[in-house]
Design a protein around this ligand. Sequence first.
Ligand SMILES: Nc1ncnc2c1ncn2[C@@H]1O[C@H](COP(=O)(O)OP(=O)(O)O)[C@@H](O)[C@H]1O
Ligand SMILES: [Mg+2]
Length: 309
Amino acid sequence: MISDHTNAIAIAGLNKTYETGFHALDNINLEIKRGEIFALLGPNGAGKTTLINAVCGIVRPTSGTITVAGYDIITQYRQARSTLGLVPQELTTDAFESVWNTVTFSRGLFGKPRSPAYVEDVLKRMSLWDKKDEQIRRLSGGMKRRVMIAKALSHEPEILFLDEPSAGVDVELRKSMWAQVRSLSETGVTIILTTHYIEEAQEMANRVGVINKGKLILTEDKNTLLRKMGKRHMVFALRDPVSVIPMELSAYPLTLEDDGSKLVLAYNDQDDNDISEVLDHLKSSGIRPRDIYSRQSSLEDIFIQLVEA
Ligand SMILES: Nc1ncnc2c1ncn2[C@@H]1O[C@H](COP(=O)(O)OP(=O)(O)O)[C@@H](O)[C@H]1O
Ligand SMILES: [Mg+2]
């Protein structure tokens, strides 16, 4: 039975308590649409890997339901599993095997007919074609990571999970990997990645879910999240640094930054802070700005607010 298939993933009332009694997932409800790039963002130990592994059938839920491409992951395990590819957090490949064989064997494990043309296409997309006959142990860390992605794609999944794809990958390679993942998304593959790098979520995702201590504390379109929760700041860069904020400015939400060389006013678009009034006070206090500019808070600031709340 193929049910509603507009959702790549539908998770309802998911709980996971490990054998140790540790409650790793607490009533997770989440739907991910086909074609999305969804980033699950959270600090270490938040439950990201547990959640991904539950969806991929590696961790057995304590309660709740999960469907993947319309298939129940418990009662229709084989169908569900064949629609998804997982790139685990830890690299798991046979170091002495070649790139070509690794991807080809993995496809066979899923019972897919041989298709050298498809394997070639995947290796080319992952920029591994010239390494196809190389043993995996001879590859760099970034290349190994791409072999893992190619392996996860070997059976033509509709949904790809990347668990901490940037862990241990240097900045340069990270950027090229993001570009490759984005181009995968353009071919229609739904992408779900976990990360504790905010930059990665900000760069890649259409939608972001924030998980902390096993609870999904929000899911939001990335741009909406930035707009709704982002604070704006007016920065007064000073000619001469100050050590304290003058008394007559104490009514304003001001802070000092960079050893007193910047005075920063926090405000929302809804606030009716009168910048010229602040400027007047600065002038009468003998403080002269060298430059004035506004600044929008990043996903990072928002994330810190949420997780520390
Ligand atoms: N097999 C397990 N048995 C007991 N506790 C576990 C097990 N796996 C993970 N945990 C605990 O569950 C919590 C979430 O782990 P995990 O899902 O790996 O977090 P994340 O991927 O967000 O870093 C952690 O506190 C971790 O110690
Ligand atoms: Mg993890």
